[in-house]
Design a protein around this ligand. Structure first.
Ligand SMILES: [Zn+2]
Length: 218
């Protein structure tokens, strides 16, 4: 598998989400785009280019993006603690105390295998979104608001990377990304749960909004 993010499919997705007709236009770009051929490579690409995107966003506002100190892969119970809280298996998280991102490597890899490499970009860009929120000092009343904004930021960052020709979308990527968000959705729309992330539809909408309308819309 390669870095499959098909521009045409994503555009179709965005158009569909906006109520328009899905166009079948768009030939895949073939210039100097990066491609990950393994899970590890996709993690690297998502990290490097995700942070590059935010660095430029911050610079445009006359601010400085503070890169995440570390991306820490862990296995099962072996993860780093965050502010005294132990990490849990099958998770990825941003820790404000230390400004790092950690992820259960095998868990993330299993999504890469099952759902495609879009999952890696989605999750890493979502966590980088939390690192951005921490630097913005945004206050959220509900956890779900924080999570949906991180999904929106992930969409905006992905779109930015596609526009900058860093990533080359491939056929099926829209379905892949939506399937990932679907799988990550909460079973019920319980906004007050402290661990709420939003339903599948809410997450898909937030991501698509960021993809179509950019950071400002998040
Ligand atoms: Zn999150």
């Amino acid at each position: 598998m390669t870095a499959r993010l098909l521009l045409a499919a994503l555009l179709a997705l965005v158009l569909t989400a906006c109520g328009g007709t899905a166009g079948g236009s768009g030939s895949a770009r073939s210039t100097d785009v990066v491609r990950g051929d393994t899970f590890e490579e996709d993690v690297q690409l998502a990290k490097v280019y995700g942070e590059q995107f935010w660095k430029a966003q911050f610079e445009a506002l006359g601010r400085t993006y503070e890169p995440v100190t570390e991306f820490i892969p862990y296995r099962g119970e072996d993860g780093p603690s965050c502010g005294g809280e132990p990490s849990t298996p099958e998770n990825a998280f941003y820790c404000p105390d230390g400004h790092f991102i950690a992820y259960d490597r095998d868990w993330l890899d299993s999504f890469w295998e099952k759902l495609g490499d879009g999952s890696t970009y989605l999750i890493i860009l979502h966590e980088i979104g939390h690192a951005v929120q921490a630097q913005q000092g945004t206050e959220f009343r509900l956890n779900v608001e924080r999570e949906l904004q991180a999904d929106c930021y992930a969409g905006a960052a992905l779109a930015g990377l596609v526009k900058a020709n860093v990533l080359n979308p491939e056929e099926g990527d829209d379905t892949e990304l939506m399937a990932n968000l679907e799988a990550a959705g909460d079973p019920s729309d319980d906004w007050f749960r402290p661990d709420a992330h939003g339903t599948a539809q809410q997450r898909q909408r937030a991501f698509t909004n960021g993809y179509a309308n950019g950071v400002g819309a998040c």
